[in-house]
Ligand binder design. Structure first.
Ligand SMILES: NC(=O)C1=CN([C@@H]2O[C@H](COP(=O)(O)OP(=O)(O)OC[C@H]3O[C@@H](n4cnc5c(N)ncnc54)[C@H](OP(=O)(O)O)[C@@H]3O)[C@@H](O)[C@H]2O)C=CC1
Ligand SMILES: O=C(O)C1=N[C@H](C(=O)O)C[C@H](O)C1
Length: 255
């Protein structure tokens, strides 16, 4: 099946190919109709291999430190990018937008979480936010994760914070006067975010809402990295038809 309209499959390169996510993405691309895995790049390899191999889309699952340079490199060479790596905060996304301005034909697709259930969990949390005085996010991950809080938790807190602001809610009630450092977690957009790291976990998040007499818990669990693959493949197929920056998988689910 042709994904490009030219009768040929989309050539795909993967950055971070030896990592937990990168290796899963390589297997998923190889097994997917209409996609062709043409280059796999690890931390010791030259990124130029993806251009040499003719990749039209690059998937990046590297590190928060490496990702921005990788994305800029792709944009400058007219290669579309699908980015799952965390660490592209609002300021860094602005830098991506600026770079794209000089390459209007290129698409960059960034999603803090490619699991469809996690996307829905964020949407449900955003919808619930205005009805509850209290909101806290607890994210739980495997102990090899480099960043805390997770990109998903930061994005969720931002969505909740914005919804609370639109609704004119007061700050979350909290009488804490003394606390050990970190006891109340990190604060993102006025929402407390707690990070748990434990062997046995993959990627999990709970959003706890509270109002007088009731609580609502919205929870998502990724038990296996296979959970991220349908979203990654969806983004790879979409990005060739979507110039500019797209953030989040939500827009694809409604298409
Ligand atoms: N959006 C989503 O749905 C998801 C996002 N993530 C995010 O993806 C990222 C990767 O996670 P994970 O796979 O668990 O991490 P890993 O550490 O398992 O993999 C990262 C890989 O990238 C390699 N690497 C580092 N720098 C470069 C570079 N400049 N070029 C090419 N390869 C490089 C590393 O090599 P080496 O080890 O030699 O340094 C490593 O093999 C994280 O930021 C994580 O938060 C994870 C899961 C889902
Ligand atoms: O490092 C991980 O594993 C994950 N990272 C992403 C994040 O930071 O939100 C997505 C998912 O939580 C898995």
């Amino acid at each position: 099946m042709s994904e490009t309209g030219n009768g040929r499959p989309i050539p795909v390169g993967v950055l971070g190919a030896a990592g937990r996510m990168g290796s899963e993405v390589c297997r998923a691309v190889e097994a997917a109709d209409g996609l062709d895995l043409v280059a796999t790049v690890g931390s010791g390899d030259p990124i130029g291999a993806v251009a040499d191999a003719g990749a039209r889309v690059v998937v990046d699952f590297t590190t928060p430190q490496a990702v921005l340079d990788n994305v800029r490199w792709c944009i400058d060479r007219g290669i579309h990018a699908v980015v799952g790596t965390s660490g592209l905060d609002a300021g860094r996304l602005d830098q991506v937008r600026q770079r794209l301005a000089g390459h209007p034909e290129v698409g960059v697709f960034v999603a803090p979480n490619f699991a469809l259930g996690a996307v829905l969990m964020m949407e449900f949390a955003e919808r619930a936010a205005r009805f509850f005085a209290s909101a806290e996010v607890v994210e739980l991950h495997h102990p090899n994760k480099l960043d805390a809080p997770s990109g998903t938790a930061v994005r969720t807190a931002e969505l909740i914070g914005a919804a609370r602001e639109r609704a004119g809610l007061d700050p979350v009630p909290d009488a804490t006067e003394t606390a050990l450092p970190g006891a109340r977690g990190a604060e993102v957009a006025g929402v407390h975010v707690h990070s748990v790291r434990s062997a046995g976990l993959v990627a999990h998040q709970e959003v706890l809402f509270g109002a007088p007499g009731e609580t609502l818990t919205v929870r998502h669990d990724s038990y296996d990295r296979a959970s991220f693959m349908p979203g990654v493949l969806m983004a790879v197929r979409a990005v060739v038809r979507r110039p500019g920056l797209t953030v989040g998988l939500g827009s694809l689910l409604d298409a």
